[in-house]
Design a protein around this ligand. Structure first.
Ligand SMILES: [Zn+2]
Length: 443
C-alpha cells in the first residue's frame, strides 16, 4: 500500500520536530497507525492527510515538553547576542515598515533650495503655537505685498487623500507637470500625484480631462514632487472652501530676507479684518521646514549617544566587554527611537505646515522626550541584571529578609549567573545598594 505524497510530507515534517532520542520510536508508532488506516479505509486521501496533520500536533507537544529544549531556549534568550539581535530585528522592522521615506527625502536634499519660498502662519499668544492665516489676508498680501512675488493658501480637506490649494500654488513652487499642465484656466481643477496616477489610473496618459472629485484633471505631478508633510493623492485647485484660517505659501522677491517680509506682512495684516489681538504673522523658509524632523532630532540623538557611550566606558572601565555591550545597546535603542519618531511621527511636522492641531505638536514632542528616556532606562536596568563576566542575564532570583525589619536586618534579592561566574546582591530599603560577588567555581 502506498502512502499519498501529502501525507508523507506531513509525517516527515512532524518527525523532524520530535526530539532526536525519541524520533525512531515515534516514527514506528505512526507508520503502524498509517498502515492500519490504509487497511481499513479506501479512497479517502484527504481524511488521511487530516489524520497525518495530527502527527504535527503530537510532535509539537513532544518538543514543547522536552526539558532540554526549554532550558536551551531560555538560556539562549538571556544571552547578550539575543538581546542585540532582538534590537537589530526591531530596527529592521522599522526600516522595512517605513522604507526610510522621510530620512531618504531629507538626505536627498531640499527640492526648493534657493527658491525663496516661505510658509506663512500666525502665532497664537498661547505657547507660541502656529496657526493658519485667514484667506482674506493671503489674497491681500498676494495683491499688495512689495516683498512677495505672490502668496497662495493650501490645506488638507476633510476627505482623506484630498488637499485644496489656490490656483497659483504650483506656479509659486515652480513645479512642472509630468503630464498635462499645472496652470489653471477654469476652477476648480484637479491635479493628481504621480503614485495615484500610476496606481488608480494605470499610468494612462488619457487621464487629463477625466473627472476626479467633481473637478476635471488638468495634470499629473512629477514623480519626485513633495511638499512638507502634505502627501494627498489629489490636489483640488480653486478658491478656499471657507474663511477658516489656512496655512499659506509665499515666494519672496530675490534679495528679500524672511524677517523683512515678516515686518511688511504684519503691517498689512493689521489693515485687513479679522484682526486678532496678540497674534503675529510668521514667515518661515521652506528649506528649514523641509529638513525637519531629522534636523531637529539628529543633534540631540548624537549628543545622547556620545554622552551615554562615554558614561558606559567611564563607569565600567575595568570591564571593557561589559561597557561595549552597554554602549551597543544604547546606540541601537536610541537609533530605533530616532528612526521611529522621524518616520512615523509626521505629526511633529504637521504644525510646521500650518495645521491647526495643537495637540499633535505637544504629543510628538512628549514622545520624543519620553522615548529616549525610556530606552536609556531599559538599557541601564537590563545591564544591572547581567553577569559581569559573560554578560548573560542573571537567573534564579532569591528574595530574603523582611521589608518590615529592614532597620536591623538585611533584605533584598540575590541573582546568580547560570554559568556560575558570580552572584548579584541587591539590597532594598533606606540604603539601596548593588554588590557583585564573583565566584571562582565558574568555567
Ligand atoms: Zn556569567
Amino acid at each position: 500500500m502506498r502512502v499519498p505524497i501529502e501525507s508523507r510530507v506531513l509525517l516527515a515534517v512532524a518527525s523532524a520536530l520530535v526530539p532526536r532520542d525519541e524520533r525512531a520510536d515515534w516514527r514506528r508508532e505512526w507508520d503502524a497507525e498509517i498502515w492500519w488506516w490504509l487497511g481499513s479505509h479506501t479512497g479517502e486521501r484527504l481524511r488521511l492527510a487530516v489524520h497525518c496533520a495530527g502527527a504535527l500536533k503530537d510532535a509539537a507537544y513532544l518538543r514543547a515538553n522536552h526539558g532540554d529544549a526549554i532550558a536551551t531556549l531560555r538560556r539562549a534568550a538571556g544571552s547578550p547576542g539575543a538581546c542585540l539581535a532582538g534590537l537589530a530585528l526591531l530596527l529592521a522592522a522599522v526600516v522595512a515598515a517605513s522604507g526610510l521615506t522621510e530620512t531618504r527625502r531629507v538626505l536627498r536634499g531640499d527640492p526648493f533650495a534657493g527658491a525663496h519660498l516661505a510658509v506663512l502662519s500666525q502665532t497664537l499668544p498661547f505657547m507660541g503655537a502656529h496657526l493658519g492665516v485667514p484667506p482674506a489676508k493671503v489674497a491681500d498680501w498676494d495683491l499688495r505685498a512689495q516683498s512677495l512675488e505672490g502668496a497662495a493658501t493650501y490645506s488638507r480637506t476633510r476627505r482623506s487623500g484630498v488637499a485644496q490649494a489656490s490656483p497659483k500654488f504650483f506656479t509659486l513652487l515652480g513645479t512642472h507637470a509630468a503630464i498635462g499642465t499645472l496652470s489653471v484656466s477654469d476652477m476648480p481643477a484637479a491635479v493628481l500625484s504621480y503614485e495615484c496616477w500610476q496606481r488608480k489610473f494605470h499610468a494612462d496618459p488619457a487621464v487629463v480631462g477625466r473627472t476626479v472629485d467633481s473637478a476635471p484633471v488638468i495634470g499629473v505631478l512629477p514623480r519626485d514632487f513633495w511638499f512638507l508633510d502634505l502627501r494627498p493623492e489629489v490636489w483640488i485647485l480653486g478658491p478656499p472652501a471657507s474663511d477658516a484660517p489656512s496655512p499659506a505659501l509665499a515666494r519672496l522677491k530675490p534679495g528679500v530676507k524672511p524677517a523683512d517680509a515678516q515686518t511688511e506682512l504684519r503691517v498689512l495684516a493689521a489693515q485687513v479684518k479679522p484682526v486678532s489681538r496678540g497674534s503675529a504673522v510668521v514667515v518661515e523658509p521652506v528649506e528649514r521646514l523641509s529638513a525637519r524632523p531629522l534636523s531637529a532630532l539628529g543633534l540631540p540623538w548624537l549628543v545622547l549617544v556620545c554622552c551615554a557611550t562615554a558614561a558606559a566606558v567611564v563607569r565600567f572601565r575595568r570591564a571593557p566587554g561589559f561597557a561595549v555591550f552597554l554602549a551597543a545597546k544604547v546606540v541601537l535603542s536610541l537609533t530605533l527611537v530616532l528612526l521611529a519618531t522621524v518616520e512615523f511621527g509626521s505629526s511633529w511636522m504637521t504644525i510646521n505646515s500650518g495645521e491647526t492641531n495643537l495637540a499633535a505638536g505637544v504629543v510628538s514632542l512628549w514622545l520624543f522626550l519620553a522615548g529616549p528616556g525610556a530606552a536609556l532606562y531599559w538599557c541601564w536596568r537590563d545591564q544591572r541584571r547581567r553577569c559581569r563576566t559573560c554578560l548573560h542575564r542573571l537567573e534564579m532570583p532569591v528574595y530574603f529578609g523582611e521589608g518590615a525589619r529592614m532597620l536591623l536586618e538585611h533584605a533584598g534579592t540575590e541573582l546568580v549567573c547560570p554559568q556560575g561566574h558570580g552572584s548579584l546582591f541587591t539590597a532594598d530599603g533606606a540604603d539601596p545598594a548593588t554588590q557583585w560577588y564573583p565566584l571562582f567555581a565558574g568555567k
